[in-house]
Design a protein around this ligand. Structure first.
Ligand code: HEM
Ligand code: HEM
Length: 176
């Protein structure tokens, strides 16, 4: 069997994974503690941070998807069913980590807010001012953030299951 240390994800993959973890954790904290967003709300303070950190997350995810499309994860012997559950969870995480922030951006645009990458570089508007589609996407954004949270919980439970129940080297593959 392969040595766990040899079968780790490479440095870039591990860096991107933990960078995304930090950014997503920050997004939930900011999203939950920022003021409620109403018709006349201005994108300042914590809300500006939510947009800046969220767009930085989109950029990091874009890099991560490029990495993933051009690299194979290290091989690991795992029961077929577990492999399928893990592939499904990872796939859904990738999709939601792009869709959730994009929907937030669409909603922000419909409020005529200028969304800035990392709070610095202005990005284009993704929906017309006052559009009902943009408004509805704000609700979908908030609802899908919960789905994302549940998946993250499942993913962490899976990582701990590998470490403490199966005792295989899967968790070590992604440790910094
Ligand atoms: C994975 C990344 C993100 C997560 C986990 C996230 C999470 C959240 C959460 C938890 C809320 C509060 C929902 C509530 O209490 O009802 C929220 C609201 C909001 N977020 Fe995000 N967010 C993300 C990315 C973004 C991005 C990139 C933008 C814009 C560029 C954005 C714009 C907004 C807006 C405008 C609201 C208020 C929506 C409304 O009340 O209609 N979010 N987000
Ligand atoms: C915001 C939280 C997290 C997100 C969004 C996330 C996302 C992901 C994604 C998308 C992958 C798939 C990588 C690939 O093969 O392309 C992955 C792999 C992995 N993650 Fe996370 N992760 C999070 C938190 C954690 C935490 C807290 C742990 C440890 C307790 C962890 C441990 C792992 C491990 C061990 C792998 C590799 C699994 C394997 O080799 O099949 N993750 N993560």
């Amino acid at each position: 069997m392969q040595n766990a240390a040899d079968a780790r994800y490479d440095k870039t993959a591990r860096l991107l994974h933990w960078l995304v973890v930090i950014l997503v954790a920050a997004q939930f904290v900011i999203g939950w503690t920022m003021p409620d967003v109403h018709r006349d709300t201005k994108p300042i303070g914590e809300i500006a941070w939510h947009l800046g950190v969220g767009t930085a997350l989109i950029a990091v995810m874009a890099g991560r998807i490029v990495w993933r499309a051009t690299h194979q994860p290290p091989s690991q012997s795992m029961p077929k069913a577990l492999r399928a559950v893990s592939a499904l969870t990872h796939g859904a995480l990738y999709v939601l980590l792009l869709v959730v922030p994009l929907l937030g951006w669409i909603n922000a645009s419909s409020r005529t807010w200028v969304v800035k990458l990392g709070g610095l570089v202005a990005l284009p508007s993704l929906s017309a001012s006052g559009s009902s589609f943009g408004h509805a996407m704000g609700d979908v954004h908030s609802a899908l953030a919960w789905v994302l949270l549940v998946l993250i919980g499942l993913h962490i439970a899976g990582a701990l299951y590998h470490r403490f129940v199966l005792g295989d080297g899967v968790l070590q593959r992604m440790l910094p």
